[in-house]
Ligand binder design. Structure first.
Ligand SMILES: Nc1nc2c(c(=O)[nH]1)N[C@H]1C(S)=C(S)[C@@H](COP(=O)(O)OP(=O)(O)OC[C@H]3O[C@@H](n4cnc5c(=O)[nH]c(N)nc54)[C@H](O)[C@@H]3O)O[C@H]1N2
Ligand SMILES: Nc1nc2c(c(=O)[nH]1)N[C@H]1C(S)=C(S)[C@@H](COP(=O)(O)OP(=O)(O)OC[C@H]3O[C@@H](n4cnc5c(=O)[nH]c(N)nc54)[C@H](O)[C@@H]3O)O[C@H]1N2
Ligand code: SF4
Ligand SMILES: [Mo]
Length: 602
C-alpha cells in the first residue's frame, strides 16, 4: 500500500491510499484529518475510468517517446517559446518545467484564471493570505458561506460546519443554501455593496469590536466615512434587499465566533479584489481575525513562506489574454486553454497561428486535438511529487505508487529536453521534493506548511505580523454602477420589467474537475421562460454564442443563467478582460441573451 494524495485542483487535497497489488484500488487514508474516510466521485469513479492519452504523436503520426522529444527539442531551439501551464495537477513538481523554460530563454505566464482577484483583495488588507485552519472553523458558532458551493467543491469540510448557525450568500439556491438558517439569494456582482452596507450598519449600531480594534491599535473612523459614501436606499434597491434582510444578516454576524468562508464565485469580476477587501474589512470591523473560532477563509496561499526552487525570472505574458500568436512554439502543460480560458473565439484565433503547438497532458481535449505534437503525461500514481493545499495546512508526499510504460513525468521531460539541447542538467528529483518537504514542520505523521498559524493574524498583519489591517478606502467600477442602474430603471415603464439580459453564473460542476471528466452541455434557467427540458437554445454575448440544452430549475434567479465551468463552449460567451487588481480572469463580467427569447419579442 502506498500513501499519496489527490492531485486534482480542489480545496480538500485528500490523502489517498493506493493498493498496487489490488488493481491500484484507491481509498481515503483514514488518519488524514480532511478525508473523513471517503473520496469523492471524481476520484473514485471518473479518474480510474478516464480515457488517457497513451501514444506520443507528431503531425498526426504515432511515434516513440524518444522521437517525440527530439521533435520538441527542435521546436525549442532558437525559437520564441511559451510554456502555458494550467492546474490539471497541483503537485509542486509541475513547476519543475520552469527550469527548462528558463534555460531555453522562453516565456512563462503570469496572473490567474482562478483566484487572482480575490487574493489581491486579501493582500490589500491583510498583507499576506494565510490559510484559515480547519480547527478554527470547527470552533465557530456561526458559519457564513459566501459564494462557495461547498457540497460540490469542498465536500470534506462538511463535518466541520455541522450543527452551526449557517448563513449562505449565493445567487443560487445551492444544496448548502437549502440547509441554511438564512439564505440571501443575492443579485450577482453586488457582494461588494452588501459587505459595505453591513459594515456601515454594524458601526451605526456600535457593534464594532472596540476591544480588538484597540488591542491592534486600529481605528475605524476613516473606514466608517468611506462606508457612508454609499447611499443606503439606492444600494438596497440595487441589490434587491430590504432593511429586514440586513437586520437578519447582522444578527448572525454579531454572534461570538463567526467564520466566513468565501469562495471563487464572488470574484470572477473586474472588481473581484474589492469584493474580498470589503468582506475582510467587514470582518475586521467585527474583530474576526486572530480570535478563536473566527476568521475569513478563501483559497489560501499554500506557497507562502516557502523558498521555491522553481522560481525563475523569465519574461511572462498574461494567462488570461495570452497572445499565443507571438510565439513560434507553445507548450501547453496540464491545461486545456481552448476550453478553460475566457473568450474561446479569441483563443482559437490566436492559438491557430502558432507553428508548433505541443500538448503535454493526460487526456484528449479541445487543445490536444489542435496540437502538432502530443506528449502523454504520467498520472499522479506513476510519478513522485508533493501536494500542498489551498484548503488546509497539511503537505502530503506523493511517492510513485505504480510503474507504467505510458507517458513521461514533468521532471523527466525537463531533464530529457535539457540533455537534447546540450544545456546543463537540473538537480535530482529527490533533492527538489526534499527541499520542499524539509521546509515543512513534522507533527506526528503530518507535514505542516511553514505559513501555518494556529490563530492567523493573532499578533498582527503583514509579512512580519506587526502591521495593522488596512481597511478598504477606494472603489472604482464602470461595468454596471448604481447610477447607470437607476437611469435604466427610470427609462423602463411601470409595468413589470421583462428580463432579456441575463447574468452568467459559471460555477464548478459535480461531474467534472474544470474540463476534466464528464462534461454536460446544459444551461440552467428559471422555468418562467417556458422552455422545455432538453430543448436546445442559443445563448450569446458580445463575445460569441453557444447552443445548450435547457434544464429548468427553481433554484436560480430569473435574471441568471447557470452554465457550469467545463461545459463545452461556455467560454465562447466570456470576456478576456483582466481584473483591476490581481491579473485575474473575469468570467462573469458579461451579460447574456437568448436568441429564442429575442426572436419572440421582435
Ligand atoms: N467538483 C468540482 N470541485 C472543484 C472544481 C471542479 O471543477 N469540480 N474546481 C476546483 C477549483 S479550480 C476551484 S477554483 C474551486 C472553486 O470552488 P468555489 O469556491 O465553490 O467556486 P465556484 O464553484 O466557482 O462558485 C461558488 C459559488 O459562487 C456562487 N456565485 C456566483 N456568482 C456569485 C456572486 O456574484 N456572488 C455570490 N455571493 N456568489 C456567487 C455560485 O452560485 C456558486 O454556488 O473548486 C474546486 N473544486
Ligand atoms: N466558464 C468558466 N471557466 C473557467 C472557470 C469557471 O469557473 N468558469 N474556472 C477557472 C478556474 S478556477 C480554473 S483553476 C481553470 C482551470 O483550467 P485548466 O488549468 O485548463 O484545467 P483543466 O481544464 O482541468 O485541464 C487540465 C488538463 O491537465 C491535464 N493533466 C492532468 N493531470 C496532469 C499531469 O499530471 N501532468 C500534465 N502534464 N497534465 C495533466 C489533463 O490533460 C487536463 O485536461 O479554469 C478556469 N475556467
Ligand atoms: S474531494 Fe477533491 S481532493 Fe478529495 S478526492 Fe475528490 S477531487 Fe480529490
Ligand atoms: Mo480554480
Amino acid at each position: 500500500m502506498i500513501k499519496t494524495a489527490c492531485p486534482l485542483d480542489c480545496y480538500d487535497a485528500c490523502a489517498i491510499t493506493c493498493s498496487p497489488e489490488n488493481n491500484s484500488k484507491l481509498i481515503a487514508t483514514p488518519s488524514h484529518p480532511v478525508g473523513n474516510g471517503a473520496l469523492c466521485a471524481l476520484m473514485n469513479r471518473h479518474f480510474p475510468n478516464a480515457n488517457r492519452l497513451t501514444k506520443p504523436m507528431v503531425d498526426g503520426k504515432e511515434v516513440s517517446m524518444d522521437e517525440a522529444l527530439d521533435r520538441v527539442a527542435q521546436t525549442l531551439k532558437d525559437k520564441k517559446s511559451l510554456l502555458y501551464r494550467g492546474s490539471g495537477n497541483l503537485g509542486v513538481m509541475q513547476s519543475v518545467t520552469n527550469l527548462l523554460i528558463d534555460r531555453v530563454g522562453g516565456y512563462l505566464t503570469h496572473g490567474s484564471l482562478c483566484d487572482g482577484a480575490g487574493q489581491a483583495g486579501i493582500e490589500a488588507g491583510r498583507g499576506v493570505n494565510r490559510l484559515l485552519p480547519l480547527e478554527q472553523i470547527k470552533k465557530a458558532d456561526t458559519v457564513i458561506v459566501w459564494g462557495r458551493n461547498i457540497t460540490v467543491t469542498n465536500s470534506h469540510i462538511m463535518p466541520y460546519i455541522e450543527d452551526k448557525n449557517l448563513v449562505v450568500i449565493d445567487p443560487v439556491k445551492t444544496p448548502i443554501a437549502k440547509r441554511a438558517n438564512l439564505h440571501i439569494q443575492l443579485k450577482p456582482r453586488s457582494d461588494f455593496y452588501l459587505a459595505m452596507m453591513l459594515s456601515r450598519f454594524n458601526i451605526m449600531e456600535d457593534a464594532q469590536n472596540d476591544e480588538w480594534l484597540e488591542k491592534m491599535g486600529m481605528d475605524i473612523e476613516d473606514f466608517y466615512d468611506f462606508t457612508r459614501t454609499f447611499r443606503i436606499k439606492a444600494i438596497l434597491e440595487y441589490m434587491g434587499l430590504s432593511l429586514d434582510d440586513m437586520g437578519d444578516l447582522m444578527t448572525y454576524l454579531q454572534n461570538d465566533r463567526v467564520v466566513i468562508l468565501v469562495g471563487n464565485g464572488v470574484q470572477k469580476y473586474s472588481i473581484g479584489h474589492y469584493v474580498l477587501w470589503a468582506i475582510d474589512s467587514l470582518a475586521a470591523t467585527l474583530g474576526l481575525f486572530g480570535r478563536e473560532g473566527c476568521g475569513v477563509g478563501f483559497l489560501g496561499n499554500s506557497r507562502l513562506e516557502f523558498d521555491d526552487p522553481f522560481e525563475v525570472k523569465t519574461p511572462t505574458v498574461s494567462i488570461v489574454d495570452t497572445p499565443f500568436e507571438k510565439f513560434d512554439t507553445v507548450i501547453v502543460q496540464g491545461a486545456n486553454p481552448l476550453a478553460s480560458m475566457p473568450n474561446t473565439n479569441r483563443v482559437e484565433e490566436s492559438i491557430s497561428k502558432v507553428d508548433n503547438l505541443i500538448y503535454f497532458g493526460l487526456y484528449e481535449n479541445e487543445t490536444s486535438q489542435r496540437a502538432n505534437i502530443i506528449i502523454p503525461a504520467k498520472s499522479f500514481l506513476e510519478k513522485d511529487d508533493l501536494r500542498l493545499s489551498y484548503g488546509h495546512h497539511i503537505a502530503t508526499p506523493m511517492p510513485k505508487a505504480i510503474d507504467s510504460d505510458v507517458g513521461i513525468s514533468e521532471y523527466d521531460f525537463t531533464q530529457e529536453l535539457l540533455r537534447r539541447l546540450n544545456l546543463p542538467p537540473i538537480e535530482s528529483e529527490e533533492s527538489y521534493i526534499s527541499y520542499w518537504l524539509n521546509q515543512c514542520k513534522k507533527e506526528n505523521e503530518h507535514y505542516i506548511i511553514p505559513s501555518y498559524r494556529e490563530l492567523p493574524y493573532e499578533n498582527g498583519f503583514g509579512e512580519d505580523e506587526d502591521s495593522e489591517y488596512e481597511f478598504i478606502d477606494d472603489f472604482d467600477d464602470d461595468f454596471e454602477n448604481i447610477k447607470r442602474f437607476r437611469k435604466a430603471r427610470k427609462l423602463k415603464s411601470k409595468q413589470e420589467e421583462k428580463i432579456t439580459e441575463f447574468w452568467l453564473i459559471t460555477p464548478k460542476s459535480p461531474h467534472s474537475l474544470n474540463s476534466q471528466f464528464e462534461r454536460k452541455e446544459e444551461v440552467y434557467i428559471h422555468p418562467c421562460y417556458g422552455f422545455e427540458d432538453n430543448e436546445e437554445i442559443t445563448i450569446y454575448s458580445e463575445y460569441g454564442e453557444v447552443k445548450l440544452r435547457v434544464k429548468n430549475t427553481l433554484d436560480i434567479r430569473r435574471d441568471c443563467l447557470l452554465i457550469y465551468a467545463g461545459t463545452k463552449g461556455v467560454n465562447r460567451l466570456t470576456p478576456s478582460i483582466i481584473s483591476q487588481e490581481g491579473e485575474g480572469a473575469c468570467y462573469q463580467e458579461v451579460k447574456l441573451k437568448i436568441k429564442e427569447i429575442e426572436d419572440v419579442s421582435e
